[in-house]
Design a binder for this molecule. Structure first.
Ligand code: ATP
Ligand code: MG
Length: 715
């Protein structure tokens, strides 16, 4: 079989153009990645290039693995010898060989963001800087921005004008010093060290320039200046560079990606050939038409003409649900029926704009016994802040000692109370005498001195206070109060940990929903149910539905794609748009374009009405749905009759038509939109005993009102 079989003329040209640099600019699903993998195989099989002389750089590890599989598939061998890697792993590989130039050991340490924060913590302490005045996230992005713009700590300090800038620069100076002392590198350093190495050390540079004859870069639209610099250095005079990208899929400008790089590529690489691919092989006509229509709403773009010979096939399903539980259930139900039709789970993906959104999905999938795998982030109930919050709740339960031990060890010092390893050790020793009842231990014995002990006493008092309250108070209220009064919320707020706060809000929302569905449920019941969700075994390589954020889905494709929670404020993400304005909205739209173009056969978009606990406002359908055009959408109805979850999820499945008309018209129901003469628009989130719990705009919050109050009007 000829390697070129099945490619179109343009693709063939791209594969066989191997004596000049090459740029391929083309839309989603037009075969860019396929051209790279085929080109690699062509070089090896037809041109007898040694595999280890070929390098391909891609964006995510998952994409790198998929490319590896594709190349191995064509070549029919395992471990072809070609290096297919992300740019960060490539840099680690280079530094393992070369880092002695900086006098660092070969096994240098790579810091993750938790390590970075703990370094900052010490620096803040030394300078008596309050977290409030410089949240970690802000400081880290200040450091990163300077570093990646080649502004050293010393220079930043000299340039700093205002007090706050001076403070940040001081932290930056100490941070860099600490990293040097530890001989550690953060993620930016991995790229910067390689860049500097190539720039300063001609010998090393020439050595690496001689290493690869053919370099390929996929997703080139998202390359930033430093990454580009590294690629340029790596590509010596005898090396041929092939870059492929789609400006409509640039989704990392917030991290410095510059789309100009691909547009101006010809200037830097003289004699470069440009090829445009405009046939999409991935998606149905309908999906492509919708995606094209969406992206045309961006002003800052060069129009491309992407078409497909594929069938028109299904319309895009759009389902708007009365609440997010039903939204999730609808997806689960669809997945089950697709699976019954013979679609393997791994050909179904659920994508979402932000990671916190996976919580509801994970629950319905677990309830429905649908295997799933999450990429690019930790499962919801395994996230640190969720475990912390649940640990506070666990301490409300008095008769479970082992739960108490784990919980206390987890949160005694979160937020910081000064309880270090020594205090913990003392606690361990004393606990033995109390039969390992840790809470009793710290209730009865001092385990530290001075301020630390005072803090621990306050912690004990707090737990005791709410243990008593928990006899009568709702769990959702207790958790709020515990996290507030313990300083946990403040800790996250001060550090500007918005993602973590979003996750906690989502947890509280989960508890509220639980309370609503299980009026008799106790805290014990809730925690036991959660334990079932957290205690699922690690999935092996079995068939599973793929869950991931849209960012992680770049370059991938699936027969069936669900995009969950396509609501204004969520997708487009309100925070990004508020911070970045029109350009940010366009980036959100590109992100939606990436999401929708992952689908080969069927695309399902879902949203629900009601309050978003994260944006604090009522959800409305995303503008991105409307921008697809009406003729491609199929509005779906309820499909709950006959659906049976494996576990009881507490949802009564009455189809809306079976609700008596009088109820629908007259009294209020959960999910109803209302206006109130004083508080404005709101949505009913709970009804019991004639009392409606209504979520109004942020400034009024959630209020309890008599359901038949004369100031309330149903919309
Ligand atoms: P993205 O912009 O999303 O990264 P892409 O341009 O890299 O997309 P590919 O992933 O390479 O596109 O290709 C999309 C799909 O189309 C793949 O399943 C690929 O195998 C298929 N494909 C590409 N070219 C052809 C062709 N000439 N004939 C049949 N199928 C093709
Ligand atoms: Mg691709």
């Amino acid at each position: 079989m000829n390697i070129l079989d099945g490619l179109n003329a343009k693709q063939k040209e791209a594969v066989t153009t191997i004596d000049s640099h090459l740029r391929i600019v083309a839309g989603a699903g037009s075969g860019k990645t396929r051209v790279i993998t085929t080109r690699i195989a062509y070089l090896i099989m037809e041109k007898h290039v040694a595999p280890y002389r070929i390098l391909a750089i891609t964006f995510t590890n998952k994409a790198a693995n998929e490319m590896k599989e594709r190349v191995e598939g064509i070549l029919g061998v395992k471990n072809s010898g070609v290096l297919l890697s992300t740019i960060h792993s490539l840099c680690v590989r280079i530094l393992r060989e070369e880092i002695r130039y900086f006098d660092y050991p070969r096994n240098f340490v790579i810091l993750d963001s938790d390590d970075q924060k703990s370094i900052l913590r010490d620096i803040y302490k030394k300078h008596e800087i309050e977290l409030k005045s410089a949240p970690y996230a802000q400081t880290l992005s200040y450091i990163s921005n300077n570093k990646t713009s080649f502004v050293s700590a010393g220079k930043a300090y000299d340039m700093a004008n205002y007090e706050h800038e001076k403070r940040l620069a001081t932290i930056y100076v100490d941070y860099e010093k600490k990293l040097q002392d530890m001989q550690a590198l953060d993620f930016d350093d991995l790229l910067l060290f390689v860049y500097r190495l190539f720039k300063e050390n001609v010998e090393v540079r020439e050595k690496w320039q001689g290493r690869y004859d053919y370099i390929h870069v996929d997703e080139f639209q998202d390359v930033d200046m430093i990454q580009y610099g590294i690629v340029r250095y790596l590509c010596g005079p005898a090396c041929i560079l092939c870059v492929v990208g789609d400006p409509d899929q640039t989704i990392y400008t917030w991290r410095g990606a510059k789309v100009d790089i691909i547009m101006n590529f010809e200037k830097d690489f003289k004699g470069c050939k440009s090829i445009v691919l405009n046939e999409n092989y991935r998606s149905t006509k309908t999906i492509l038409k919708a995606a094209n229509s969406l992206i045309r709403h961006n002003e800052y773009r060069i129009d491309k003409d992407l078409y497909t010979e594929n069938e028109e096939d299904f319309k895009i399903s759009f389902y708007e649900s009365q609440d997010e539980q039903h939204e999730g259930l609808w997806i689960a139900k669809k997945i089950i029926s697709l699976h019954q039709e013979g679609v393997p789970y791994h050909q179904m993906a659920i994508l979402y704009r932000s990671n916190y959104l996976s919580r509801n999905l994970e629950k319905v999938l677990l309830d429905g016994n649908i295997p799933y795998r999450i990429y690019g982030s930790v499962k919801f109930f395994e996230r640190a802040e969720i475990k912390d919050a649940l640990s506070y709740l666990r301490l409300m339960i008095t008769d479970n000692k082992s739960m108490g031990e784990l919980a206390i060890k987890r949160i005694l010092n979160v937020p910081k109370r000064g309880a270090g390893p020594k205090t913990m050790e003392t606690m361990d020793v004393l606990a033995e005498a109390h039969n390992f009842d840790y809470f009793e231990t710290i209730r009865l014995h001092p385990i530290a001195k001075g301020k630390t002990q005072q803090n621990i006493d306050a912690f004990v008092d707090l737990i005791l206070k709410y243990r008593k309250e928990s006899e009568t108070m709702a769990i959702s209220i207790i958790i709020r109060k515990l996290l507030k009064e313990s300083g946990y919320f403040k800790m996250l707020e001060d550090a500007n940990e918005t993602d973590r706060l979003d996750n906690i809000n989502e947890l509280i929302h989960d508890i509220e929903t639980y309370e609503e569905n299980n009026p008799e449920g106790t805290l014990d019941d809730y925690l036991q149910m959660i334990a079932l969700y957290t205690d699922t075994q690690e999935e092996g390589a079995g068939d599973a539905v793929q869950l991931m954020s849209v960012h992680s889905a770049k370059g991938l494709e699936f027969d069936n794609v669900f995009v969950y929670s396509v609501a204004e404020g969520i997708f487009p993400n309100e925070r990004s748009v508020n911070e970045g304005g029109k350009h940010a909205l366009e980036e959100e739209r590109r992100l939606a374009y990436v999401a929708f173009t992952r689908a080969r056969k069927r695309l399902f978009l879902t949203t629900s009405v009601g309050l978003s606990y994260v944006t604090g406002r009522m959800k409305t359908t995303s503008r991105f749905v409307k921008e697809l055009g009406d003729d491609v959408l199929n509005k779906e109805g309820e499909i709950f009759q006959g659906y049976k979850a494996k576990k009881d999820d507490g949802i009564t499945r009455t189809s809306s038509s079976s609700i008596p008309k009088s109820t629908r018209k007259g009294s209020l129901r959960k999910g109803d939109l209302i206006t109130h003469d004083a508080f404005g628009d709101g949505v009913v989130i709970k009804i019991s005993d004639g009392v409606a719990q209504i979520a109004f705009d942020k400034k009024f919050g959630i209020k309890k009102l008599a359901a038949n109050h004369h100031m309330l009007h149903k919309k």
